[in-house]
Design a protein around this ligand. Sequence first.
Ligand code: GLN
Length: 277
Amino acid sequence: MPGAPTIREALDAAQQATSRIEARVLLREVLQQSDVWLLAHDDELLTAEQAQQYVALVVRRVAGEPIAYITGRREFHGREFKVTPDVLIPRPETELLVELALQRLLAGAPARVLDLGAGSGCIGITIAAERPQVQVTLVDASKDALKIAQVNARQWAPANTTLLHSDWYSAIGEERYDLIVANPPYVAEGDAHLQQGDLRFEPRTALAAGVDGLSDLSRIIAQAPQHLAAGGWLLLEHGFDQAVACAWLLEAAGLQDVFNAPDLAGMPRVSGGRLDV
Ligand code: GLN
């Protein structure tokens, strides 16, 4: 019977099935060690149990399961967030939404922020962590998602975050906010991407929104004027081909200073507008 492999042999074998970087991420997970440690110890033997655990993780990855769901976490804007299949995996392009929000929240100035459809909480919690004087309310229609957001909020911004079970604005009452952010579902239900890659494993309710992907965006925009304070901003992430529709919806809702901003790939990704002062 062949013995257990060395770290190098295990990585070489796993690399055939996935990529070098993913092979390393998964082995780090099994051994609870850093990349540097793996490099320095690459001729050490795995135990039979570690080898078995490693094979099991590689098999899950080869079956398509997202790395973030296998490891249970994903980095976003410099912080690590807990993720499970109950929440969308934080994506780098969403950091643009956070940047645009932070630009509108001057350091030291108190403000009320609402994160609609918070999921893991990465948007609202990052804002709360970067702007301790701001009060952030995070809402989600999924109680399972709120449990994950709760863990992340406790980790990064326990003092200035509040979680609320709410279907968009349904449970927030008369409260008005200086800034509303959302990364709602915006993929068209028939979009082939839903059957590809990580999206196959993510909550469908966090991704798909009607035949044109606009049903949640239009609801959020139409009701925003009742929930914004005077001069308050609404900022939304959307699909690369939805900027014109969003601009139209924002203007139809009576918002001012409507704009669109491109993500790092040059795709229109975030639109916004503000309520009259
Ligand atoms: N940007 C995601 C994608 O990969 C979609 C996220 C969303 O619907 N909010 O398509």
